[in-house]
Ligand binder design. Sequence first.
Ligand code: CA
Ligand code: CA
Length: 328
Amino acid sequence: MTRLAHNITRIALLILLVTMLAVAANSGTVHAATTLNATTNLALHKPATASSIISVDGEASQAVDGTTTTNWVSAIVEISWLMVDLGEPAAIGRYRVVHANPYETWQRASINLRDFQFQVSQDGQNWLTLDSITDNLADVTDRPVSSSEKYRYVRLYVINPQTELSSRAARIYEFEVYGDGAQDKTSRLNLTLHKPAAVSSVYVASQKAPKAVDGLTTTAWASAISEKSWLMVDLRRRTSISGYRVIHADPFETWQMASINLRDFQFQVSNDAKHWITVDTVTDNTDDITDHAVQLHGRYRYVRLYVTDPQTEQVYRVARVYEFEVFP
Ligand SMILES: [Ca+2]
Ligand SMILES: [Ca+2]
């Protein structure tokens, strides 16, 4: 593709994305309400290994790269597996497998993973099966699981790669693992949840300030097109603060790109909502989630995200915050 054509494609894509975001926000019931702390994909960008790959185009890492247009493809075998090292033991409450690229017209249900198991392990060698699926035809498997212990390794163990009898490879576009929300909740109280929020500007009426503190990662505040903008929350009383978290992207949306996540911003506190102290500064961010601890001696009533560069992309410069959380 020529550079010009590439740029035109990018602009067209961005316009589509913005439209989709507005439509999604307006429809209101895109996804079931999920507790916020259970919506961090623990497998994202973690080391992944597989029993085999069909070619270098089908590497294991492509099942945990956060995009549903890339996949792991096994060699043509009946039994195969994909394993992810979460880096540390986690209480696991749910997993999700994307079997198909929603943009591909050639996809068909009969090549989705048919029989497979979701397994966990503490050492990467001894596996415990938490869930078994048979005769699957769905494009997405999204299942709750429960276990009393924490596990560092997760695995999809494929027993039958697909319903079709030709070209028997296992394909996984995304393998996601989520924490146990109930367990996370007790450890982290979100001070901003449902508190009064104000912003410098709003892009559309469906994406006002409260959407950044409603506890849902499927709704967002979006600013008007502007280089600088801010989001402020009144905690109602002076509170000690140990950290904050910003969700830049909806984990369920396939069109999200790292380059539209908030790029440069500051975490600020105040006791009069006029004079602000900058506690933390982030630059060149592309992560979907910013989760930082802070050290503060005093207690503060107001917290603010002050955005100095809304995104890496130069085309459509809107600041988006799906959730802004502050922890005591
Ligand atoms: Ca992928
Ligand atoms: Ca939200």
